[in-house]
Design a protein. Sequence first.
Length: 343
Amino acid sequence: MSKIFIDACKGKKTPYTPVWMMRQAGRYLPEYMEVRAQAGDFLSLCKDPEKACAVSLQPVDIVGVDAAIMFSDILVVPLEMGMELKFVKGEGPVFPHPVTCMEDLDKLDIEKGAKNLQYVYDTIKLIRGKLAADKALIGFCGAPWTLATYMIEGQGTKTYAKVKKLIYTNPEFMHALLKKVTQTLKLYLANQIKSGADVVMIFDSWAAALEESAYFEFSWNYIKELVGFIKSNYPDNPIIVFPKGISGYLDKIDGDFDVFGVDWSTPIELAKEKLGSKYILQGNMEPTRLYSKKAIDEGVDKIIKVMKNERHVFNLGHGILPDVPVENAKYFIKTVQEKTKNL
Ligand code: CP3
């Protein structure tokens, strides 16, 4: 059975524009909160394939999205390479012992990292077995740069001072770290596809921290290497990239991927002008529009006006927030599916 989401990623005509939401498996769903409570905490949930499978399927069953994204987190990769990781309530993720020198980096293991992530592969296999044949399954990883930022800063940051200091004072070290993470991600994404992921997505959430030349040297080059590897080994599996906040750098974006995720701060007209002839676009409704049905209608109409007759995957321009009413999320999905019918 053909999957409309995959068809859209490959530029084929579809009966309507498929739609999903970043962070669709999460705290806005009471059913998610219930399973997370049963698991004990967030990381235990990630490591329990049965429960991770259950929460991955919730947005498909409850909200009606056209694709499931496996439930996990980008930070399980540095965790399984050997870094202790804690999710501190109210503070988000923390690595208590960040990477500071070559000795720390030498302790991290590429093969062991990819192997220890078996619970993710098991989650994918379970989801694949339960997901309807016409729905797609999205696997994912963080971009090497975004992961390296957490590994060096130890947590979220406003200034990126530690990691950017390294870029300008010890670029060789940064490249050694980025290479090691990229190698692990190649094995990780390949294993996800082998386990049943139809599509893989690379989240570069901290792309906007870098000036243009640094972005291409320290982030995009590694994303290109990763997508090139996946594309040459798994040519049938579409690849989505999501470099957040780099609307000023779109002219220089190239590489062997299929779908470019447009964040909400990038005008979709601009993304269409710069990248629309080369890539399928995904996005990009402002996520906080989900607080109002009127704002949803306006946001959807605005995007349809630009993307009509274009190849497109509908999504938010970043993750759904935890206090969005479920009813509005359902309304967004239904509105897109209905308004894009036979466009
Ligand atoms: O539904 C999905 O999209 C799949 C699951 C998913 C999660 N994290 C679950 C999660 C995905 C794709 C991610 C990616 C992720 N994680 C990114 C990149 C995407 C983005 O948003 O830019 C980043 C930067 C992270 C790191 C991370 N994980 C942070 C900063 C936080 C805390 C922020 C917060 O919202 O509290 C997490 C925790 C996290 N990852 C949660 C979920 C559902 C919340 C944990 C909880 O249940 O309390």
